[in-house]
Design a protein around this ligand. Structure first.
Ligand SMILES: Nc1ncnc2c1ncn2[C@@H]1O[C@H](COP(=O)(O)OP(=O)(O)OP(=O)(O)O)[C@@H](O)[C@H]1O
Ligand SMILES: O=P(O)(O)O[C@@H]1[C@H](O)[C@H](O)[C@@H](OP(=O)(O)O)[C@H](OP(=O)(O)O)[C@H]1O
Length: 452
């Protein structure tokens, strides 16, 4: 537990008192997964795939083989500059010049001075958070101390330190705003989702949307900062679903395959045998191939969720979970995250079941392909909550089409496995809560007087 565990009011937590807040064909080597293949020929995804070798908690929705050329026409070639922009045009595409947090090379610890650039001091009440990231660290020195300061453009004596951490996502995507809120770089898609969510059953499970804000010629979505007012919170980001790439990304990659050296390098840092011989030769990989590899190395394909990052109350932080795949490893991480506090697990379970119930009646959920979205777990001082975040790759389905979210994905059906992943997440947490305690958490509905 944090040394100082000041009692916070429900307002401090941004929660309402009702318990809910508004606030070349070469098979890639994989960790015993269903094969993910990037070939020289463009093919439709196979309808039937081998079941995952790892034991899933439920009947696994299969993630079929998907083939994408990575050599732009069957012959190898030099990587062109355009290959490296990561890019494909499209409505859902964000600016990708900023690397993702879990990319290599980001610094885990920044000095305070580093954070106060001239630009920042001149900004009007807004502070860039681009250095405030939880960086990837080596397996050997997993937990790394993280300083998380938001520097406001005030005099030195008025420096304000806030426990804010970005566990995943793209560097530079966030800015601090007026207290209690955060700005995220605008993606039209995410904005539309937030707007639609306002009148949906999920509204109490997402950060409160506060409109669009212009700053320095850039547009941002303003939303509740879920960490506002929390002293030394424990935070975990779980990315949901059985895949983290959109069907349209596959289509684009087939139409206009682009090799990316940055993704090749990221893959090599984790798994030197990851790239196919052709990708080694080209020193590049298409984004969908990289994403498929990410999904298969982690528990995304086999469990329908994966851990992206964990930050503990003591400031230590880890994002080195690219190879965390087994249920046992995840249970262990959950237990470490809550420090074996079964009551925290129960609180998380209660909230996850509420999210599941809301998802089942949500019109928004029915009508959207939810890709790359996360559940953000936060606990501090014996209290816990979970929030749905990141709708940057959540896209509306054509009129009349709906998804079930708990059936296997086949290319074309746009199923994302979100609900299936959530069921597995609940079962995994239940297992983490039961083990060693002898307690049953199934049907354990808590009715405590917690503020949320
Ligand atoms: N409303 C919020 N309050 C507090 N922290 C947040 C909030 N939204 C996001 N974060 C933090 O920022 C991280 C990244 O958020 P998010 O996933 O929305 O970014 P992204 O750049 O869209 O990510 P990705 O590239 O994975 O799609 C989260 O893991 C979390 O640590
Ligand atoms: O986690 P990693 O291994 O660092 O990989 C990144 C991660 O999968 C992000 O979700 C993805 O952004 P999107 O979800 O926005 O597609 C990003 O693509 P990008 O490099 O094209 O930004 C990847 O590089």
């Amino acid at each position: 537990m944090p040394k100082e565990c000041r009692r916070k009011s429900s307002k401090d937590f941004g929660f309402s008192g009702t318990g809910i807040s508004d606030g070349g064909r070469v098979e890639r080597r994989t960790a015993g997964r269903s094969p993910q293949i990037c070939t020289e020929h463009i093919q439709k995804a196979a309808i039937v795939a081998a079941p995952p070798a790892a034991p899933a908690l439920m009947d696994a929705p299969l993630v079929p083989q998907v083939t994408i050329t990575s050599d732009a026409g069957g012959t190898s070639r030099e990587i062109q500059e355009e290959d490296l922009d990561g890019a494909v045009d499209g409505t859902l595409r964000r600016k990708l010049s900023n690397s993702s947090i879990s990319s290599t090379g980001s610094s885990a610890v920044e000095s305070e001075d580093d954070l106060l650039s001239d630009t920042e001091t001149q900004s009007k009440g807004l502070v860039t958070l681009e250095h405030l990231v939880c960086a990837e660290v080596s397996e050997s020195k997993a937990w790394k101390k993280l300083k998380t300061y938001i520097r406001w453009p005030l005099q030195a004596s008025q420096k304000k330190k806030v426990n804010w951490v970005q566990l995943a996502g793209h560097k530079g995507n966030f800015k601090a705003a007026e207290e209690g809120t955060i700005l995220k770089k605008l993606s039209e898609n995410e904005k539309k989702c937030f707007e639609d969510l306002q009148n949906d059953a999920l509204v109490h499970f997402v950060p409160r949307y506060q409109g669009i804000v212009e700053n320095d010629g850039e547009s941002f979505v303003q939303m509740t900062d879920l960490l506002a007012g929390l002293d030394h919170p424990n935070v975990m980001d779980c990315k949901m679903g059985v895949r983290t790439y959109l069907e349209e990304e596959l289509v684009r990659a087939r139409d206009r395959p682009k090799l990316r050296e940055d993704l090749y390098k990221k893959m090599m840092e984790v798994d030197r045998e990851g790239p196919t011989p052709q990708e080694h030769f080209q020193r590049g990989i298409t984004k969908p191939c990289y994403m498929q590899w990410r999904d298969s190395m982690s528990s995304t394909n086999t469990l329908g969720f994966r851990i992206e990052g964990i930050k503990k109350y003591d400031g230590t932080c880890r994002t080195d979970f690219k190879k965390t795949r087994s249920k046992q490893d995840i249970i262990k991480l959950f237990k470490e995250f809550v420090e074996e506090d079964v009551s925290i697990i129960k609180s998380y379970l209660e909230r996850l079941r509420a999210i599941r119930d809301a998802l089942k009646i949500s019109v928004f959920f029915k009508k959207h392909e939810v890709i790359g979205s996360s559940l953000l777990f936060i606990h501090v001082c014996g209290r816990a909550n979970v929030w749905m975040i990141d709708f940057g790759k959540t896209s509306a389905l054509p009129e009349g089409q709906t998804l079930r979210h708990d059936v296997p994905w086949q290319e074309g059906n746009r199923e994302d496995g979100y609900l299936w992943g959530l069921e597995n997440l609940i079962l995994t947490l239940e297992a983490a809560g039961n083990e060693g305690s002898g307690e049953e958490t199934e049907n354990n509905s808590l009715t405590t007087d917690r503020d949320f």
